[in-house]
Design a protein around this ligand. Sequence first.
Ligand SMILES: [Zn+2]
Length: 308
Amino acid sequence: MTAMPSLLCALTCETMPAHPLMVSRPDDGGPKQISAPLGNKVSIPLLQAELRDQIATLLQLIAAVQVVRYPWMTMDGLYRVIVTPDRHATLLANEHLLEAIGQSVAMHVNKKSAFAFPCPHGIVVVLPLDVIRLALAPDTEVERQYGLTTVWHELAHVHALSKQYFANRRLQIPVDSRICPTTIQAWHEFFAERHSHWPGFDTALERHLVDEAWKEFVSEPTRPKAAHLLVRLASAHGRVPTHGDLGTCISAFPQVFASNSLIKQWHACAEALEQACVTIVESGNAPDLVLLNQRLGNLADGLMVPHL
Ligand SMILES: [Zn+2]
């Protein structure tokens, strides 16, 4: 099924009304209404009304769990959640918004996954229908976990992206010219992974992605491949349960950390990621990422040394 481009563009899509949720706290005078976390910002351009309602309900419930788990997390910066049957057509329909923030259709076109980006009105989340299908009607437990964690991941992006790109309620591009794009990406993926994990969920995919990035780096040891590996490591550090241990990635990926200096450099990166996380949670502001940028740069240099 394809929808008209205007229905897939964040600026012109039709949104669905949301119903308030009832919550009951025994110590709080009985039941009261709270607003559905995603508000009237969900767009599901599908013809089947029942499927639209099922998806909208599921998304509000998944978002409600996110807000219960992380009460400091806010969806205020969200502009639209678009559930699309055609990811590629949605990319094209939002091309002008992506270009306005220095991205392009080409940067997203070869992927299948959900994504989030800032536009002048707030953060837009694009969720392919295939991903939602996994959460709504999975064939396996692994599919269900992937569906749920993908939605939580994107909602976590909404929080961190809106803090970073809307410092004064206005879209700020670029954020900080001192910080390289890899650092910004590593930070956002780490944060989203840290806040989309559910205890007991499988982490094989994240481990696999690090392995793949490592193999790509070894076969072609360039700085961009090293940077990509670091983004994957930062993501894995967010997803793999660390229990406060900064060295979890070191034991999980011994092939990457072959020397004491690399181990030390990773510890410094993991520490900077954790510090950035504490900053955004405790202050409610975006972290400045200067320290993380410096430390990831050192680790990228360290990875390149044997190949120079
Ligand atoms: Zn992400």
